[in-house]
Design a protein around this ligand. Structure first.
Ligand SMILES: NC(=O)c1ccc[n+]([C@@H]2O[C@H](COP(=O)([O-])OP(=O)(O)OC[C@H]3O[C@@H](n4cnc5c(N)ncnc54)[C@H](OP(=O)(O)O)[C@@H]3O)[C@@H](O)[C@H]2O)c1
Length: 254
């Protein structure tokens, strides 16, 4: 499997996994109902070469971080990524809050839920229109300086927002929506590649975040993303062991 190397020298397989759907449905709300099967699926993924697992506080909320931490928190061969800056109150009730105080508290929760002193990648989920981006990134940088997170990432950002954030702290990854059927973020692949940072395309199989089911030919869609650029780390989401095996086969031959 091809790898991407982060600035600290750690090389990570480019076929990762999204864990948003290991939550209650509809709306990624509540705990995943078959918790033991979810734990087994995450361990199956890690045992077969998946290293980067992408979660977020908003998934559950907190339940995706919890299942990930219980399954893999004690393994040092996996790279755990999560996000903060959104509070979720119901299947479709969410509120952005990326104030420094809230982000700092959410990082503490994530360290506990992921069972890690240091989170490999903590991403700002969305820019909060009520909080200057610089203040949010300063809070993440303070956590990085304390050793609570290794890398800072941004999600759902424009090129201009990425530049503003980079003036405040080193940014290791951008996560925006991109797939064969939705190419609005292609320019961000080029920008992140030029900067030597990772790009994590979300919704890689065309799924709508609030609905189940891939809408694209999954094999073609994953290969298209992995072939785009060497800094792309794909994070297909699955709850199904057979689908996981199929996605791993694409990763192995990309
Ligand atoms: N930053 C953001 O704002 C944001 C937003 C949305 C998502 N994300 C991240 O991106 C990850 C992936 O996104 P996503 O889950 O929305 O969409 P996706 O990966 O495009 O699609 C997931 C859907 O495809 C199905 N699937 C997966 N592999 C398959 C295969 N080999 N054959 C057939 N169907 C397959 C899954 O069903 P089965 O469970 O049945 O396999 C699931 O319903 C999330 O887990 C999350 O980490 C981030």
């Amino acid at each position: 499997m091809q790898t991407f190397t982060f600035s600290d020298g750690r090389s990570i397989n480019r076929l990762g996994m999204g864990v948003m759907r290991l939550t209650g449905q509809p709306g990624n709300f509540g705990p995943y109902p078959d918790w033991e099967a979810g734990l087994a699926l995450l361990r199956q993924a890690a045992d077969n070469g998946v290293q980067l697992f992408d979660s977020a506080r908003a998934y559950g909320p907190e339940h995706a971080d919890r299942i990930l931490g219980e399954a893999l928190g004690d393994r040092d061969d996996v790279f755990l990524a999560t996000k903060g800056g959104i509070d979720k109150f119901g299947p479709s009730e969410m509120k952005r809050d990326a104030s420094p105080e809230r982000l700092t508290a959410q990082i503490e929760d994530a360290r506990r839920n992921l069972r890690r002193d240091t989170i490999d990648l903590f991403q700002l989920h969305w820019v909060d229109p009520a909080v200057p981006l610089e203040r949010s990134v300063e809070a993440l940088e303070a956590a990085r300086q304390k050793g609570h997170i290794v890398h800072i990432g941004l999600s759902n950002v424009t090129a201009e927002e990425l530049d503003r954030a980079r003036d405040v702290a080193p940014i290791a990854a951008v996560q925006n929506r991109l797939n064969m059927g939705d190419r609005d973020n292609l320019a961000m692949v080029e920008k992140t590649r030029a900067l030597g940072i990772a790009f994590l395309p979300y919704g890689p199989l065309g799924a709508n975040p609030m609905k189940q089911g891939a809408t694209l030919d999954t094999r073609k869609a994953l290969r298209w993303l992995l072939d785009l650029a060497p800094n792309v780390i794909a994070i297909p989401g699955t709850t199904n062991p057979a689908h996981l095996r199929a996605n791993l086969r694409v990763g192995a031959t990309a």
